[in-house]
Design a protein around this ligand. Structure first.
Ligand SMILES: NC(=O)c1ccc[n+]([C@@H]2O[C@H](COP(=O)([O-])OP(=O)(O)OC[C@H]3O[C@@H](n4cnc5c(N)ncnc54)[C@H](OP(=O)(O)O)[C@@H]3O)[C@@H](O)[C@H]2O)c1
Length: 312
């Protein structure tokens, strides 16, 4: 029932290609041979037609019989045919093209590898450079571990630095929300677990990174959970402009590593349970300030202020 199967000779792809190539070459040579024979017969026929049968007897070119030129032109085509079979097809066929291509690809690969090696070297130099490490002397660990990123704190704080109460924002300023949306759009936003839980749902078009000490904290799909600020910055490494969006605990830790603050200063004092740390003018330099008046959409005066870390 389970008799032995007849073994069939197996031909691999390379052998098949060789056989096809040999068949093709034989065909090319056969055609050339046929061409040669036809040429010989044709030449004899032309000579007979002119000299014996008298066809075009009076027609000469430069004093020579026309059949001489006809044979010469034909001979030229025959030589061209020989050249194609024995030179072009033999030495510049598909395999020759492939070899040339392989050579070019190999050359390009070497160039790409050299460029890559150059980039890696530059990156290492940047990471090790003193200037880079001096950006945040208070947090050498984060700096050496991360590439050069523009880490920005974005916050709205009252005159008394109040930022929240009962895990909620204290005010509603529509232009401030618009600014927050446009600045953070498409970026990584890093936040503490409490701030994350103050949102009804994750914000669209932003990658959320939530910091918690809880080992099994569950969050909706797409939200990245980490256990330290350092890991949060690491998770945002692909982004050249991640944002720290609060709250109070995270701002306190992030001030040491951030190099920019986008502050909305609300010009009033509020009762609160969460505060933003004092912005030290020895460390931070104000580089932009735009004042907004109260109006029907805004119950308070406020200013958009940008700070950059000195020496950053
Ligand atoms: N005005 C604004 O611009 C603004 C912006 C954002 C938030 N807020 C307000 O700020 C308030 C929330 O701030 P918050 O200070 O109470 O909380 P938070 O900073 O948002 O979150 C604190 C939580 O983060 C986790 N955490 C903090 N440091 C950590 C670390 N080093 N390693 C691991 N996990 C860490 C802990 O989570 P676990 O407890 O899970 O371990 C901690 O309980 C709310 O009122 C909110 O409305 C205001």
């Amino acid at each position: 029932m389970f008799g032995k199967k007849k073994s069939r000779p197996q031909i691999d792809q390379d052998q098949l290609e060789l056989i096809e190539y040999a068949q093709k070459r034989i065909k090319q040579k056969k055609y050339l041979y046929a061409h040669f024979v036809i040429f010989l017969i044709g030449a004899v026929f032309l000579i007979i037609a002119n000299t014996v049968l008298g066809i075009g007897k009076d027609f000469t070119i430069l004093g020579k019989e026309w059949f001489l030129f006809a044979i010469l032109i034909w001979l030229f085509f025959l030589i061209y045919h020989v050249f194609r079979v024995f030179v072009t097809h033999k030495f510049m066929g598909k395999s020759w093209e492939k070899k040339q291509l392989d050579k070019l690809v190999a050359k390009q690969q070497i160039r790409i590898d050299k460029l890559k090696a150059g980039f890696v070297k530059e990156e290492k130099l940047l990471a090790q450079s003193e200037v880079y490490n001096n950006i945040n002397p208070a947090n050498q660990d984060l700096n050496t571990k991360n590439t050069l990123i523009g880490l920005t704190i974005i916050v709205a704080a009252a005159e008394n630095d109040a930022i929240g109460k009962g895990n909620k924002l204290i005010w509603h300023l529509s232009d401030d929300l618009k600014r927050f949306k446009s600045l953070t759009n498409g970026h990584h936003i890093i936040m503490g677990r409490k701030t994350f839980e103050s949102f009804p749902k994750p914000l669209p078009n932003r990658t959320h990174i939530v910091i918690t000490r809880q080992p099994n904290y569950k969050a909706p799909n797409g939200v990245i959970i980490v256990n330290s600020l350092e890991d949060a910055i690491d998770a945002a490494r692909s982004d050249n402009q991640p944002f720290i969006i609060g709250g109070g605990e995270i701002y306190k830790q992030a001030l040491a590593v951030a190099n920019k603050i986008e502050l909305t200063r609300v010009h009033d004092n509020f009762e609160a349970d969460t505060f933003f740390p004092k912005i030290d003018s020895h460390i931070w330099k104000e580089v932009a300030n735009t004042f907004h008046n109260k109006d029907e959409n805004h119950d308070y005066e406020f200013s958009f202020i940008t700070y950059l870390k000195k020496d950053a």
